[in-house]
Design a protein around this ligand. Structure first.
Ligand code: UTP
Length: 484
């Protein structure tokens, strides 16, 4: 079985040059299938990258790795609020209506594609399998993939357009995601408009910078290389070239874990074009200075992102003369990219650098014993998509109403925030709001859910529901109409 991969001798030679032969030390105990897997992992191991990272970070004391405080404090001190289209329409020299019209035109002209990143491990949610399979429809139990794909189908239908969907998976989610979406016929998207691409995995290194770690005798400690792994994987897989061939100029980027994602929002797309931005990012106004959300700021003639953990408390509290927060723009991780920005960044060797983190990492030690980690004991590496802001010539921030745009599914219901229970509540609150704006009577305690293929706004509901409608029992508005 091993012969499809390199032989033990070839693997050993590769590892020897980097002093990593320990990765083969249990080879003799492995089954043929285990050998095949380990051989594939070692073949994919980028030892030049290991050497480069060691050179870059190796001299840093483990405890100091996360200590970029001085850097971020200096950045926050010289930063100001970012250029932004605010909810009230202020901040830019075009009207909201003009932006929406421009966005709608881009959609009708087939200029837009969608990237959905779904390679994360979903550790905090603790679901079995990819997060996209997690049921989130409050009444329908539709999984996250279906919710977002049906939102995309609704946009395609409304603007009579084809929007290809590029789904990013990782080795942790790839097989199950493909099988799941294929088994469900892509929830109605034409097969030719769905493309999968898989991000790379990254190894872990002990915090003495000596050994790449084994998870078991036949397996490395590996994890997806961060959402920033999207750039390289998108290019390498041929998806970026596919965009060019299809005449796609803009990529709408969203995450799998937000069922209220405003898929291909015309306002975001149109504002991007009218401001000649290369990277436009959707934000919400922070509710509290200490809210745990990254903020978009302006510094050194660039829009930049400061993670909440890096923003000094004193800066988080800063206010403008009108009393509002200076660093108000909380990231939703929803972006619009120029295809040309992705092409330019992909052609640069290190447009998105690796970030290092000192983390608890269970592994197998030299003696083949399992080490449980109770404190950080290894380095892990990730790329962040928002580092593309460093490459973008111009960037814009667009404020969204969180009630319309944001219901994060990060934690399990055992946690108090960002959990499925709250996301379902947020979906129902929005749908109740649309119903009421369409003149429908509905009490606060009546469960409700609206499939986007039935309606995506109060106006669409008003056009479909007779005047005087009231909803008195749990109702799911399916694509074909209400079902109690
Ligand atoms: P998160 O950083 O919230 O991580 O990802 P996660 O993997 O979903 O959950 P935890 O941290 O393990 O609990 C935000 C989005 O970025 C994607 C995720 O799938 C999610 O849509 N992502 C994250 C990737 O696609 N690849 C990655 O390497 C990391």
């Amino acid at each position: 079985m091993v012969d499809r991969h390199a032989t033990h001798e070839q693997l050993s030679r590769k590892l020897e040059s980097a002093g990593q032969q320990h990765l083969l030390q249990h080879w003799d105990e492995l089954t043929p299938a285990e050998r095949e897997r380990l051989a594939a992992q070692i073949e994919n191991l980028d030892l030049e990258l290991f050497a480069a990272l060691k050179k870059q970070f190796g001299a840093t004391e483990p405890g100091r790795v996360a200590d970029h405080r001085a850097h971020w404090a200096a950045l926050a001190a010289r930063a100001s609020s970012p250029p932004a289209l605010r909810l009230d329409g202020s901040g830019v020299d075009f009207s909201t209506e003009a932006a929406v019209q421009r966005g709608e035109q881009l959609l009708r002209e087939h200029k837009v594609g969608m990237i959905l990143v779904a390679g994360g491990l979903g550790t905090r949610l603790g679901c079995d399998g990819p997060k996209g399979m997690f049921p989130i429809g409050p009444l329908s139990q539709r999984p996250l993939f279906q919710v977002l794909i049906e939102s995309l189908l609704a946009v395609r239908k409304k603007y009579q357009t084809a929007i290809p969907l590029y789904v990013m998976t990782s080795s942790a989610t790839d097989v199950q995601t493909r099988e799941f979406l294929t088994a469900h016929n892509y929830f109605g998207l034409p097969k030719e408009d769905v493309k999968f691409f898989s991000q790379s995995s990254m190894f872990a290194v002990d915090d003495g910078w000596n050994k790449i770690l084994l998870a078991s005798k036949g397996e490395l400690v590996l994890a997806p290389d961060g959402h920033g792994g999207m750039l390289r994987a998108f290019e390498k897989s041929g998806c970026l070239a596919d965009c060019r061939e299809r005449g796609i100029d803009l990529l709408f980027y969203g995450q799998i874990d937000n069922p209220l994602l405003q898929v291909c929002d015309p306002l975001l797309l149109g504002s991007h074009m009218l401001s000649r931005s290369e990277l436009t990012t959707q934000v919400v106004k922070k509710r509290r200075p200490s809210e745990r959300v990254g903020v978009l700021v302006s510094a050194d003639n660039k829009v930049q992102m400061i993670e909440y953990s890096d923003l000094p408390e004193a800066n988080a509290q800063e206010t403008l003369p009108d009393g509002s927060l200076k660093f108000w723009a909380g990231s939703l991780a929803v972006h619009v990219f120029d295809r040309e920005l992705l092409e330019r960044a992909a052609s640069q060797a290190d447009a998105l650098p690796f970030h290092i983190a000192h983390k608890k990492t269970p592994h197998l030690n030299e003696r083949g014993e399992r080490i449980e980690a109770y404190k950080p004991n290894a380095f892990r590496f990730e790329r962040f998509i928002f580092d593309l802001l460093q490459v973008a010539e111009r960037a814009l921030v667009v404020e969204a109403d969180p009630a319309l745009a944001f219901a994060p599914v990060k934690n399990s219901d055992a946690e108090a925030t960002d959990n499925p229970r709250l996301a379902k509540q947020a979906i129902q609150a929005l749908h109740r709001r649309w119903l009421r704006a369409a003149g429908v009577q509905i009490a606060d305690d009546v469960p409700v859910e609206i499939n986007p293929l039935f309606a995506t706004s109060a106006d669409e509901l008003a056009a479909k529901l007779p005047p005087g409608t009231s909803v008195t029992q749990a109702t799911y508005f399916t694509p074909n109409g209400p079902a109690s």
